[in-house]
Structures are given as C-alpha cells and as structure tokens.
Design a protein around this ligand. Sequence first.
Ligand SMILES: Cc1ncc(COP(=O)(O)O)c(C=O)c1O
Length: 420
Amino acid sequence: MSTSTAGLAEHLSRFQAAYDELKAQGLKLDLTRGKPAADQLALSDALLSLPGPARFTDAAGTDLRNYGGALGLPALREIFSELLGVPVPQLLALGNSSLTLMHDVATFAMLHGVPGSERPWGREETVSFLAPVPGYDRHFAITEALGIRMIPVPMNDDGPDVDAVRAALETDPTIKGIWCVPVYSNPTGAVYSREVAEALVSLPAADDFRIFWDNAYAVHHLTDWRPEPIDILQLAADAGNPDRVFVFASTSKITYPGAGVAFFGSSPDNVAWYTRWAAFQSIGPDKINQLRHVQLLTDAAGVLAHMEQHRALIAPKFASVQEVFGRRLAPHGVGSWTDPKGGYFVTLYVTPGVARRAIQLAAEAGIAITPAGSTHPYLDDPDDAVIRIAPTFPTVDDLTLGLEGFCTALLLAEAERAAA
Ligand SMILES: Cc1ncc(COP(=O)(O)O)c(C=O)c1O
C-alpha cells in the first residue's frame, strides 16, 4: 500500500491506535548514543595487558615512562601519517581526545591569534565560524562556549555548499573558521569531493581563516568503497594558503574512546605555533598509551584490518536502519534518509515542524532519540526537520525494536501534522 503525504491524515486513527499499543509495551530503549558497543571495544582489549612488563622503550631506546616527547611517539605518528595523508614531521600524536585539541586550538587562537592574525581572535569585536548543517553538536558547542558566532551553511552530499561559503566569506570579514568532517561526516555520512576541498583551501578569506578539518572517520568504512584520498595540506599549499588547515583525528572509534590517542596535523608554521602554546600546558603526552597502540595496531594495514572487524559488527546495524525505514516509512512517502558508506550516523529528514513532536512521542513510548536541533548551531533547527540516528551502541535486536517503535511515533506525528 502506498500513501501520499497528503493522504496521511486519513490514517490518523490507525496510527494513533498503533502508537497506543506501542506505549502499552513499556519499552525502555536508547538510540541516542553515537559510541561503539561493548563488542567493538572488546576488539581492543589486548590494550589492557600492553605494553607488558619491562616494555617501555621506543625504537630509539627512549624511556617512555618519563616526561618529554612532546610531538608523540614517532612509530605511532608514522602509522597515522599514512592513514591521514599528513607527513610525519607535521603530525603530532597527543592526548586522549581530538575534541580537546580542537578546543585548545580554538582557545589558543582566541588568546593569542594564529599565524597571519593581526591580533588575538578574542580581541576582535566579533569572531564567526561557518557551521555546515546538519553538523556535529560538540563542534558547535566549542565555538558557542568560546563566544564565537556561528553562521549555518548548507551541507550537500559532497561537502559544504561552496557557493554559500563563498558568499559568506565575501560579505563577512569576521569569519575566521569553518567546521569540516571530510569523510563520513557527522551526521549525514557525506564525503567531501576533491572539488569542494580545493574550493575551501583557495577561496579568498582572511589570512587567519582556518579550516578545522576533523577527519574523525577517515578509516571507518561500512562498505568496500573507499573515498578518494584528499591531501588537504598539500592542496592548501598549492593554493598559496599553506597555513589554512588544521587536521584533527583520533583512535576514539578505532580502539577505546576516552583511552585512545588524538592527532593534530598542519603546516610547519602552524605546528610550531601549536607546540609553542601547548608547551605551557603539558611536559609531554601519555607515551605508554601510544606504545600500547603501536603494539596493538602494528602498522597502517593493521589499523585497516582492525576496522574491518568493527565493520563486521556494525554494518548489520546500519542495514537494519535502511530495512526498517524502507519498510515502514517509504510506503507512506514519509521521510528521506542517508545511507552512509561509513561513519557512525544516519540522518533522517522529516516534514518541517515534525521532528520535535516525533521525538517527544517516541520518548513517551520509552524510546530515546537524539533531541531535535542537536545537528544545528545553538541546538536550533529552524525547520524542525532533521533527526540524527545513532545505530552502533544498542544490540541489533534492541536497535530494530527501537526503530520500529520510532517509526510508529513518526507516522503518528506526520499524520497529526497532515491533519492539522
Ligand atoms: C566528528 C567527530 N569528531 C570528534 C569526535 C570525538 O572525538 P574524540 O573522542 O577524539 O574527542 C566525534 C565523536 O563522536 C565525532 O563524531
């Protein structure tokens, strides 16, 4: 049976009855958490017994138990240099969180400026960032916390809308940065094209304009397809803007979130700038944890093999999202959703004005979905139409049950809207 959206109102009483039945089941399911499930974490449990007794030196014989080594363990930087396309001397292996690095880098920029700044960003009357939407809530939270104004720009299937970025940069000199997740973007799964990357590094902008290139999902594939590698630092150098890009990444969703290793990569001048200010903060990163990671992952091929094991565990969950939405929503013409080839999220677009209500109905039936608005700056989706689905954490059975219930709630919300 196929229903046009306009015909949804006729089904209101049927959808209401289905929803009442759902509510009576007293479910308690949480589909909000974009984090690895326990079976994924178990893939890295060898970390718990590494580096092993009396194994605390690197290839050069340095005692990793001690202070020092501010740039991180060379062997680990080599592994991720290959995977991230950043030359080893320009890639630092640091603490346990890339978000911390993004926060620090933005804070250093506010306090001190970056190479090319006339003054610290914080001494400008207004500092603005472009925020591709839908995007990652924690990126937006960093800029909001630092008092940086955010300007939404639309996110397309191949990256941020370049015309919108160009128009904003041409008219607004307060723009100092843009948030980017170039591979399997959070939350749409979009992969940036080379053309978009080239435009971002070459568009006219302030000398201290920076691209926060958060390559969090560089190796997090769900299919055999592989994104075209984009050497963003080289592209920026070729465009005459060698200092425009800050690269971030981490092993959070490779090994243990919170107990992994984060990376910062950039031009030689930016790396010198970062290490200068970071030296006031730390006498060196946790090199024992970095050694553990070298031992677990071995080399770039070892990381990719490890990620195949993640894929085997989570690809069925992403398939379940496609199956349930296709079976429950498509026949009613309700919603459209992404089918990502990697990363951690699916984005569902519903009729404007329906997202919040659908999530509320789901919550009242015991199914927690990420709050509407969390994909937008200031938690404000002006269309109230974007919903982020995080399939990885629940078991496949709980996920499927939760999605079925959520579809029941969404169909009711859509029918209410159509009937209004
Ligand atoms: C795009 C993106 N960047 C960064 C992070 C968090 O990274 P970390 O654990 O290294 O701070 C996440 C986690 O969901 C993410 O989706």
